[in-house]
Design a protein around this ligand. Structure first.
Ligand SMILES: Cc1ncc(COP(=O)(O)O)c(C=O)c1O
Length: 217
């Protein structure tokens, strides 16, 4: 959309990011990343990315879609330190259960997006009642530090339980429990039993992400 030349680097590979920054492409550099990859259960070292960007004179854009409400004090996300990013977007549709999104950044950047970002300019605005609901959702999310600890504890317990069953999930610092396709299929039947026990278990696997081999609970 921005007509920039796109360079894709391997997942969470800081050396590859550094190397890409050395490439002789003229013009401004922007590094765009998610702060938490929900399908992989991991995320980049944002401080390290910030340093790479500083050295290369690049701007860091962080997508906090899956981090808002889940990580950090008051659920502010993983990029809470303002100095780490030039621009960050956070969707309201995931942990906050509403709709829409917002961008944090310099006033000049926000004004520019307001006037020039085509997909924003030509989209219908959010309805006032969704804004109202969102305000309440933000208040609830801010006050939910205890629930966030419970969430992480539950995820840890799930991973440990799966490991004990020999269904070793890949390491993850967050609620996702990434695993292989075979394990996904094996677990999908079992999950329905867990749901009857009042656990909220969702499988997200190859149908939604053909190349991914993961299950997220
Ligand atoms: C990484 C990421 N960013 C942004 C979005 C946009 O979310 P929405 O269109 O619901 O605001 C999504 C949706 O899944 C996402 O996965």
């Amino acid at each position: 959309m921005g007509r920039a030349e796109v360079v894709v680097v391997p997942h969470c590979d800081l050396a590859a990011v550094s190397a890409a920054m050395q490439s002789p492409i003229p013009g401004r550099r922007w590094l765009v990343t998610e702060s938490y990859f929900s399908m992989d259960g991991d995320g980049p070292d944002l401080g390290a990315l910030r340093e790479i960007c500083n050295r290369a004179g690049a701007a860091l854009i962080v997508d906090e879609a899956h981090a808002l409400g889940v990580f950090g004090p008051r659920g502010a996300g993983r990029a809470q330190r303002r100095a780490w990013f030039r621009c960050s977007d956070r969707t309201l549709s995931k942990a906050l259960g509403a709709q829409g999104a917002f961008v944090s950044g310099a006033a000049s950047l926000c004004r520019w997006l307001w006037n020039r970002a085509r997909s924003f300019v030509f989209s219908t605005g959010i309805s006032p009642w969704i804004c109202d609901v969102t305000e309440t959702a933000v208040e609830l999310a801010r006050a939910a530090d205890a629930e966030r600890m419970t969430l992480m504890g539950n995820a840890r317990a799930l991973r440990e339980g799966l490991s004990r069953q020999g269904l070793v999930p890949a390491p993850s610092f967050a609620p996702s429990c990434p695993s292989s396709s075979a394990t996904t299929v094996l677990l999908s039947a079992g999950l329905s039993v867990w749901q009857r026990m009042a656990y909220w278990c969702r499988r997200s696997g190859p149908q939604r992400c053909p190349k991914a081999e993961r299950v997220c609970g």
